[in-house]
Design a protein around this ligand. Sequence first.
Ligand code: ADP
Length: 371
Amino acid sequence: MSDRHTILIVDDEEAIRDSCRQVLTKSGYECHTAVDGIEGLHLAHQIDPELLLLDLMMPGIDGLEVLDQVCTTHPHLVCVVITGYATIESAVDAMKRGAFDFLPKPFTPDELRLIVNRGIEQHKLLRETAALREEKERMKQYFITIVAHELRSPLLLVKQYLDLIVGGKMGSIDDTAREMLGGAHSTLTGLLEIIADWLKLARINAGDIAGGMEVIEVGPVLEKVASDMKPLADERGVSLRLERIARSCEVKAHAESLEVVFRNLVTNAIKYNSPKGSVIIEGQCANGNLRVDVRDTGIGIPEDELPFIFEDFFRVKSSRTAEIPGTGLGLSIVQKILEGHHGSVKVDSTIGEGSVFSVTLPLHLSDDGTG
Ligand code: ADP
């Protein structure tokens, strides 16, 4: 392959084609020409040029149509449209549709060289940006694999050994050793929770949920979350109640992620509650939306901290939260999952009285348009 930059000139006027070709060939570019849109599209596929000089006004398929097609098939191709003064509006239209710049007729060889040189620079930048993006994606996937396998798996193994020793399965140990190993066990448990949350977040960011969307009835999901969370609520002396929700309430969602959303919110509502407090989960479908409120009578969130609670690793620091374990990733996961479902989450909270987290998701409409 030649290392000269390749340019495709598509113009029905022979004089323009020839003069552009002469000027640009002298400047070291490899030039190909086409007499109309059809031939231009054909050549674009064949030679994969870096820059396209495209006349807008041509018989047959016009320049804008060519532009639309090549922008889809050749995302890095830089397109400069050639236009007469009378068609300056269509040149602006072309730029809105993805052209890099436009060259009004008549133009001088210098003007042509200048715009083409800039276009080629732009092409290089586009390619470099795409390569960097790919590299970033590769690094992210690599990092996810490292964390998942090289870090999480051995830590899990150590935790299992500690489970056995602390649980007395390996014979008796003295109290001091038990206390030390118990501390190591709970530190490890916290670390594994951070890794699990971080992996969830990384997978959501990598677009993992987009692939597995299905129509889901929301009632059973909330029932499952409420029943799974009951032991934790009992342990903390918090009452947990689920208000019934209509059977026909359906959303299009990634099932596992939807469960994670409600599980995280209900876990928080229990964790940050007061003794003898309560948690109520309430779902309703109306006006094309599902709305689920998770309401608690807990410690509440200071007003000036509210804007930050959905950020990665953010935790409210106070004497009441100091002893409550957490990673600061739960709400960030909730928000990212909901964004991936065109939904949202908002919070209303009063210090000392409690908080309400409200999830909104578009309902799945059945074929007859009902919710
Ligand atoms: P964490 O793992 O710390 O619970 P989250 O991202 O789920 O992380 O929550 C971020 C912070 O928001 C928590 O550390 C806590 O301070 C606050 N928070 C979340 N939910 C509640 C709630 N229901 N009541 C009071 N504070 C809450």
